[in-house]
Design a protein. Structure first.
Length: 418
């Protein structure tokens, strides 16, 4: 099979439906594949992607080069959107990234996240109570979305009632951040800009309120964060805090919603496996890790090439883009035994669902905690849980997201709140 015969479009219907299958073909036949459709290199092997995370020739500062290319074209919604997100931590390199991550890190200390377990469980039980009352329906709308949206709202010190506004803003931004497929949306940058500007105004007011009256929330912790480096004497600026809140809102609920829905879908596909995990709390954590490996919430991470380098006989040149295709890495048979099997006893499950290195997801432990509580609870409290229709996968390049997950369960729920 020649490179021109290989699947090239990660937004084609078959790739949206089963990204792992498309990635497997690329991994076997052309693991460093130039995609004319995406105008970028697609990497699909585990070792290559791990190396890419620490390769200085591959930069996360991938928005500013796009802005530079647009210089002279005049003002536009696209230019304004890119300008607003160009300083976000996830699209920055050291030293800017190092400073932002250090100042935000105090709000994500492991012991602080672990202490949230009781509150997260209470929220999950509340959502499952409501889901039981309304009967079978959409698990995304009933549990997978509102849980992380409520958690991130509480962590930022925002009213819980605002979580629906959060979703609107996040959905608009996803049109740009995740790369949409299907019918092109000519207004996507305009919609994203409106959402970003509304979100920025909202968080600017919240930042001002917390500066006047600190509370026990994440935003107050970031405001009070210690400055330990030169130029950090005043900590995060208001603009940086607003950007951090917007990033945490977007990444904090989008990723976890997808993780919960994808894990439930995988675990309910095999009734025997579902019932084993439902009956044994000790199996929930390894089940979630396998779900993250097999059907992680993020499909593609993008890097900008800043220096020429060779990989597997291909020359990757400065100014090009590289896409790290995580479904290829996480099912690489050279790294994982029986890679397509959900193995509850898999050893050294060092998957890449949350990235690796300095840009590893800062909220990974929180996402894991929420997903474990949600998955363990719905399997235990909704006996016989099963998906009634294939999810309507949202056609985006970066995100493995189901717009809905229709489920049903046996009529007589057993168990109950812990």
């Amino acid at each position: 099979m020649t490179p021109t015969d290989l699947p090239d479009d990660l937004l084609a219907p078959e790739a949206v439906a089963d990204p792992a299958a498309v990635a497997a073909v690329l991994r076997e036949h052309d693991p460093v594949h130039w995609s004319p459709t995406h105008r970028s290199w697609l990497l699909t092997r585990y070792d290559d992607i791990v190396a890419a995370f620490r390769n200085p020739a591959l930069s996360s500062d991938r928005v500013r080069p796009v802005l530079a290319r647009r210089e002279g074209r005049g003002p536009s919604a696209e230019h304004r959107v890119l300008s607003l997100i160009s300083d976000w931590m996830v699209v920055s390199d050291p030293p800017a990234h190092t400073r932002l991550r250090r100042l935000a890190g105090g709000a994500f200390k492991q012991q602080q996240i672990a202490a949230m377990g009781e509150r997260i469980q209470a929220l999950v039980d509340e959502l499952v109570d409501a889901f039981l009352t309304t009967g079978p329906g959409d698990l995304v709308a009933g549990v997978a979305y509102p849980l992380p949206a409520t958690v991130i709202a509480e962590m930022l010190g925002a009213p819980r009632a605002d979580r629906d506004r959060f979703r609107e803003w996040s959905d608009e931004l996803a049109l740009v951040a995740f790369g949409t497929g299907g019918e092109a949306r000519a207004d996507r940058h305009a919609r994203a800009l409106r959402g970003l500007e509304e979100m920025a105004a909202y968080f600017r007011d919240l930042v001002a309120d917390r500066r006047r009256d600190p509370a026990g929330d994440m935003l107050s912790a970031m405001i009070a964060g210690e400055s330990t480096g030169p130029g950090d004497e005043e900590g995060l600026t208001d603009d940086e805090l607003v950007g951090m809140c917007a990033l945490l809102l977007f990444a904090g609920h989008e990723t976890t919603t997808n993780a919960i829905a994808n894990a439930v879908r995988l675990l309910t596909a095999d009734p025997a496996l579902r019932d084993r995990v439902a009956a044994d709390p000790d199996l929930v954590a390894p089940a979630v890790e396998e779900a993250l490996r097999l059907q992680g919430p993020i499909k593609v991470l993008v890097r900008w090439v800043v220096a020429d380098h060779d990989l597997r006989g291909r020359t990757i040149r400065a100014g090009e883009r590289v896409q790290l295709v995580l479904p290829g890495a996480n099912r690489d048979p050279e790294r994982f035994r029986d890679p397509d099997v959900l193995d509850l006893h898999r050893e050294r499950n060092q998957h890449l669902a949350f990235g690796r290195g300095i840009h590893a997801c800062i909220g990974a432990q929180l996402a894991r905690l929420e997903t474990r509580h949600a998955v363990g609870t719905v399997l235990r409290r909704l006996p016989g849980l099963r998906v009634t229709a294939e999810p309507d996968w949202i056609p985006t390049l970066a995100s493995r997201a189901a717009g809905s997950l229709p489920v049903t369960f046996d009529a007589a729920p057993v168990g109950g709140r812990r």
